[in-house]
Design a protein around this ligand. Structure first.
Ligand code: SF4
Length: 452
């Protein structure tokens, strides 16, 4: 990623602006009340009739303490029984979804996200698996993934998950520096993390991922270098390096950084941290998959990138393009038969819908043909960095904006009209994707995080 070395300050100023991460297009920001329980049920029924498999995402929102940078939909609680009560609700939702699908659908991928999925005890994890497998066929699920918080996960929980069939794990680290960890209210040691990563490996988990964040309060190049060294020393198969999303108007806990006078790195400092990490990962043999993800050369994501078979969904990069993504749990997003549907974000509203026997859908969006065409381009940008001319044909109006990006060195036109993202453009691929986002002009962009 050599082109990332020098970014003129005026260019950085223009590029560092709020923008979506495009885990979907259209983004969740444009979901509205046009999609409710009836529309989601109809989409599920249409999919069920095809006999095609589904990919399942289950949102488990509980955490014991709040990390101050957190932008997830999370419920902080230590109430005994909270997880069991939630599993009761998930069971009802799974019943309604399976009923709408009209069959026990075959699942190719299952992902537990949160919150902290390992908030659940081993017995609760077994119950979750049982309630899902009673309603969905998990026997052929090639990929069963879980997000792991090393501070609170035990080897017993990993053993339970491995016995039930889980084979992918993603570990949250963010930063190992004690000063940064205190500022973000998330203290975890390298040793604790290493012990769990090694246990996961012994238990047969593959595609092990570590999440980091750059742009956190008190991050400095000297301390970040030590974090990068420690993380690379864990030798995960994959690394995700997210840009810290500072949106205190949406996540009030983040406002305390300013209240307490905790310094946040500016755009130039963030870019320097990103460059530092990209260099460290490249030196350690990791390949840049696109946007914020890296993987070892023999990881299946890297191999998929080389074959042109990499995909992207709400959980990031994947090798399997699911025909339908079914989300369960508060705020979970589904995409089925061309319809996005998002679950109620608040637990009381989610519970009330289920207690009334309704799918807990709050909002969503049906994809138009124009959305589909734009989505194909954005996906191509995010997964391989090249867009064939044929996909660009409907977008003559976007040409001047793309030419301007070409002048800035973010993209390059190839003979025949294919568009390629340059090494510099890879760091700013959200800015390139934004050219194709038909909804951005109508949206208050302040709801998004800075692109760098
Ligand atoms: S563990 Fe994850 S989901 Fe929970 S508060 Fe921390 S960042 Fe948010």
């Amino acid at each position: 990623m050599t082109g990332l070395q020098h970014v003129p300050p005026d260019l950085l100023e223009r590029l560092a602006r709020p923008g979506p991460r495009y885990t979907s297009y259209p983004t969740a920001a444009v979901f509205d009340g046009s999609i409710g329980p009836a529309e989601h049920a109809a989409a599920l029924a249409r999919h069920g009739a095809t006999g095609a498999p589904v990919s399942l995402y289950v949102h488990l929102p509980f955490c014991r303490t709040l990390c101050f940078y957190c932008a997830c939909n999370v419920i902080i609680t230590r109430r005994p029984g909270a997880a069991e009560d939630y599993l009761d609700l998930l069971e009802r939702e799974a019943d309604l979804v399976a009923g709408a699908l009209g069959r026990r659908a075959r699942v190719t991928q299952l992902h537990l996200g949160g919150g902290t999925p390992t908030y659940l005890t081993p017995a609760e994890l077994r119950r979750l698996h049982g309630l899902l497998s009673a309603r969905f066929d998990l026997s052929a699920a090639e990929e069963m993934a879980v997000e792991v918080d090393p501070r609170s996960t035990t080897v017993e929980q990993l053993e339970t998950l491995a016995r039930l069939g889980w084979n992918r794990a993603s570990f949250g680290v963010q930063d190992f520096d004690p000063d940064v960890q205190r500022a973000i209210h998330r203290v975890q040691s390298v040793e604790q993390t290493r012990a769990l990563v090694e246990a996961a490996r012994r238990l047969g988990f593959r595609g092990i991922n570590v999440d980091l964040i750059y742009g956190l309060p008190r991050q400095r190049p000297e301390t970040f270098a030590r974090t990068l060294e420690a993380v690379v020393g864990l030798r995960p198969d994959r690394l995700a390096l997210y840009s810290y999303a500072h949106v205190p108007w949406m996540r009030p806990a983040q406002a305390r950084f300013e209240r307490k006078g905790t310094r946040l790195p500016g755009a130039d400092e963030k870019l320097a941290l990103l460059q530092q990490a990209v260099r460290a990962f490249a030196a350690a043999g990791y390949q840049h998959l696109g946007m914020d993800h890296f993987a070892l050369p023999d990881d299946e994501l890297t191999l998929a990138l080389e074959r042109g078979a990499l995909h992207r969904n709400f959980q990031g990069y994947t090798v399997r393009r699911a025909d339908a993504l079914v989300g369960l749990g508060v705020s979970a997003i589904s995409e089925v038969s061309g319809v996005f549907a998002q679950g109620e974000k608040d637990l009381p509203a989610y519970a009330a819908a289920l207690e009334a026997g309704r799918l807990p859908v709050a909002r969503g969006r049906a994809l138009t043909a124009d959305d589909e065409a734009r989505r194909r381009v954005i996906l191509a940008l995010m997964t391989g960095g090249a867009v064939p001319a044929a996909l660009l044909a409907p977008f003559a109006a976007e040409r001047p904006a793309l030419d301007a990006l070409a002048q800035d060195g973010l993209v390059r036109w190839h003979p025949g009209g294919d568009l390629h993202v340059t090494p510099l453009g890879r760091a700013f691929v959200r800015n390139v994707a934004m050219v194709f986002d038909a909804y951005l002009p109508d949206r208050p962009v302040g709801r998004f995080s800075q692109t760098v």
